[in-house]
Write a protein that binds this ligand. Sequence first.
Ligand code: TRP
Ligand code: SF4
Length: 332
Amino acid sequence: MQRIVSGMRPTGKLHLGHYLGVIDNWVKLQNEYECYFFVADWHALTTKYDKTENLRQDILDITMDWLASGVDPEKSTIYVQSQIPEIAELHLYLSMITPQNWVERDPTLKDMAKILKSKEGMTSQINYGLMGYPVLMTADILMFKADFVPVGIDQVAHVELTRDIARRFNNVYNCDFFKEPQPKLNNCSLICGLDGNKMGKSFNNDIKISDTAEITAKKVMSAITDRSRMRKDDPGHPDDCEVAFKYWKIFGSNDEINTVKEECEKGLRGCADCKRQLGAKINERMAEIREKRKYYEQNPKLVIDILNLGADKARKEAQQILKEVKNLVKMY
Ligand code: TRP
Ligand code: SF4
């Protein structure tokens, strides 16, 4: 079976953008591929090395979001990056054969320097670890010999670098050891935020997987609609309804979408009622996931056991690969 490797940095509870664009896709991939999904906690340190108070909770939170959404430890190997020290060791070998200008040309590095600069108390300085971020990501991927790497568009350059480094390793050590993985694009722009901009936790426009039905309903009531509509019996324009109708198109059945469109255009549907129904619709879709998440929240030991089991499995595999790498490099 072909292999998938993908990771996410633990940045707090996931929202519907992550769920629809990334996780729901992972859940489907599990049936066709051998999947390795991990929490990239070392990658979190590349920018937040000084803000680690919540790191452990963030790791558990993201894992609970995955498990609740249907990422299945029976099918996939789920672990925390730092539980596999072999990845750090592989990173070291790869760093030796990676020319400095290959990492310097990384486009996201420049963006990150800008973000760091804009944060209070931070300098624009790029630390050694952040510089090596794409090489570490390469180690994540090559460690498990991935065929495909599901990533967002901003991460494709890193997978390209992974291919370059894999090829270089094979050349330098005169072998055919690492295969060159392919990026597999996530559908990240599936859902916009409640204000019509990109959904993101720092924009305060998101709906979390872990939000309750009440909070979700309330948030949906704040979604932007057709701004030209003054009274509820004015004819509306679903195509200009910036957020609410877009959500209907994601969460409603074809029949429901048609009904909403028709009633809106004829002025038979007020926006408040429309959004009340929409909130209920979204809650319907998320109910089972939230139920499952609550179960894991109440049994964190289960989550920890799942991560430990996944890490044991991944580590065995990683040890084998690393042994072969060391042989090829001719280490002692
Ligand atoms: N760099 C990715 C991000 O910030 C996370 C990541 C780390 C990753 N290692 C990976 C993704 C390996 C795919 C494969 O989103
Ligand atoms: Fe949008 Fe519904 Fe209002 Fe029409 S009735 S503008 S679809 S929220």
